[in-house]
Design a binder for this molecule. Structure first.
Ligand code: ADP
Ligand code: XUL
Length: 526
């Protein structure tokens, strides 16, 4: 293994929807090691699909908390077996899928402080959760709670002004409110509530790690201007909630989090001096991992699709989300998220392209921009904006049709997805044009044919870096930023320059301008 022994090493973890990944980099940002554990296939005993359990009502979506713990056991065992020298690691940080919540049962803190290095974590923490199934970002079951919260603070716009977003079903405050209402006993036996990110940091610290401002912005609970919990929101969501959440902290400052726990020192050979820098959400971590320039728009094509950008100033709105910036807490980050991302593309790939991404790509290259006027909208699960579910197909006359040919279907799913990404991101402050760099990341960013459609629909060049795991890499950079106190631009000095992989095809602007108007009208009908 390419481990360079001379300089320090930083580890970045990504606790994402379908897997946990880790990346190790050296002082020059060179990737030394990468590994991953996939929930569905490496931990089949938890019976997840895409890392989650979709309940019978179709809107409740959870993941077994203990599965994440066991995945970390497996991942670290795997990295250790490969011969990786943990003693060189100066600092770690990482990311978690946003909005998901973990409920630590009274007494769990004691267990965390006394972990036995001979045993895996999942054996010791199996009784530490008061709610066994963590609600995750794909959950859409809390519409009632969103309305209650909005009403409590004076309406959706007021909630957006305080917390950066109107009430969104997946936002953690609404999820907590639901648990406090439907499982009051479990709620009262909860001594601490973590986000997936702070839960992961907690495992490494062997004690409760705080929630950082940036991921904390995805809860409908944080006052994103004053950087403290909003008392009005806390009160509406659950009793003694401030106590259960702990104080939020800036995303970058090291001294709030701490050193790696003795458990990891004894079991894996980490240095006792190894620091843990606050973990954050996967999208904020990706912002760090892509080392963007001002004006770049980032499109992440993972389980969810997200579009996000760095903002110097923010203005509340009802669409999309504003988070505290993970690198500079005085700045902000705008984000729009779409639930029907890779898993929807994957379904169409299975049904129309024999399960092959190559065939899927050929369908894209063999069909024209604009798909001869055919438009399809595919919401396999309830979408975030619009809050709608189901599939609709329209021909060039705007008539509803039952099916498309496989090639048309493949192009239709991408065109409508990217038209929606662009339309909603523009509402949140994105402006794209031929000068904008669109930085693509996430699983589907390895597919050039997909990125060509993205470039055509956005009418902007698309870039990728050769490290597709930007959230995990962002963990490495944030770890280094946190412990060294260097400027962020210094931290990412060795970051590989993004490479342009697609530029807009001639004529795309006009075609997609027209299609965009039609898409908007059809979406409204849904
Ligand atoms: P996560 O949200 O778990 O971090 P990733 O960013 O790793 O997810 O993306 C995983 C997804 O990437 C898979 O569900 C798969 O559909 C998609 N994917 C992987 N390879 C390709 C490809 N060549 N073309 C399109 N999509 C791909
Ligand atoms: C962002 C969102 C998703 C998750 C999972 O608001 O819900 O992107 O972070 O990746």
């Amino acid at each position: 293994m390419a481990q360079d022994t001379g300089s320090g090493v930083y580890l970045g973890f990504d606790f994402s929807t379908q897997q946990i990944k880790v990346i190790a980099v050296n002082e020059d940002s060179k990737v030394l090691h990468e590994a991953a554990v996939k929930f569905d296939t490496d931990l089949p005993e938890f019976k997840t699909q895409g890392g989650a359990h979709i309940h019978d009502d179709k809107v409740t979506v959870t993941a077994p908390t203990l599965m994440w713990v066991k995945a970390l056991d497996l991942l670290l065992d795997q990295v250790k077996t490969s011969g990786f020298d943990f003693s060189k690691v100066l600092a770690i940080s990482g990311a978690g899928q946003q909005h998901g919540s973990v409920y630590w049962k009274t007494g769990a803190q004691n267990t965390l402080r006394q972990l036995d290095p001979v045993k895996p974590l999942h054996q010791q923490l199996q009784d530490s959760f008061s709610v066994a199934d963590s609600p995750i970002w794909m959950d859409a079951s809390t519409t009632t709670q969103c309305q209650q919260l909005e009403t409590a603070v004076g309406g959706p716009m007021r909630l957006a002004e305080i917390t950066g977003a109107r009430g969104f079903e997946r936002y953690t405050g609404n999820q907590i409110m639901k648990i406090s209402q439907t499982q009051p006993d479990a709620y009262s036996k909860t001594e601490r509530i973590s986000l997936v990110s702070s839960f992961a940091a907690t495992l490494f610290c062997g004690d409760y790690a705080p929630i950082d401002y940036s991921d904390g912005s995805g809860m409908n609970l944080l006052d994103i201007v004053n950087k403290s919990w909003s008392q009005e929101c806390l009160k509406a969501c659950g009793e003694n909630l401030a106590e259960k959440l702990g104080e939020p902290v800036p995303s970058t400052l090291l001294w709030y989090v701490g050193k790696i726990s003795k458990y990891f020192v004894d079991r894996y050979g980490f240095s006792p001096a190894c620091q843990v820098v606050a973990f954050t959400g996967d999208n904020p971590a990706s912002l760090a991992g892509l080392a963007p320039r001002e004006g770049d728009a980032i499109v992440s094509l993972g389980t969810s699709d997200t579009v996000f950008l760095w903002l110097n100033e923010q203005k509340a709105g009802l669409e999309g989300h504003i988070f505290v910036n993970p690198i500079d807490p005085m700045d902000y980050m705008a984000l729009v998220c779409f639930k029907n991302g890779s898993l929807t593309r994957e379904r169409i790939q299975k049904e129309c392209a024999s399960g092959s991404w190559n065939t899927f790509s050929s369908c894209l290259t063999s069909t024209p921009m604009g798909n001869n006027g055919n438009i399809g909208i595919y919401f396999d699960t309830t979408e975030i904006q619009p809050l709608a579910m189901g599939t609709s197909r329209f021909n060039s006359n705007g008539e509803k049709v039952e099916s498309f040919s496989p090639e048309v279907e493949v192009r239709a799913v991408l065109e409508s997805q990217f038209l929606a990404r662009r339309m909603y991101a523009e509402l949140r402050g994105m402006s794209v044009g031929p000068q904008t760099r669109v930085l693509a990341t996430g699983g589907a960013s390895s597919n050039k044919a997909i990125l060509q459609v993205l470039s055509d629909v956005f009418n902007a060049p698309v870039y990728v870096t050769d490290v597709p795991n930007s959230a995990a890499l962002g963990g490495c950079y944030r770890a280094k930023h946190g412990v060294t106190g260097m400027n962020f631009s210094e931290v990412v000095k060795g970051h590989p320059e993004p490479v342009c992989v697609a530029t807009p095809t001639k004529g795309s602007a006009e075609i997609y301008q027209r299609l965009s108007e039609r898409y908007k009208a059809l979406e409204q009908q849904m």
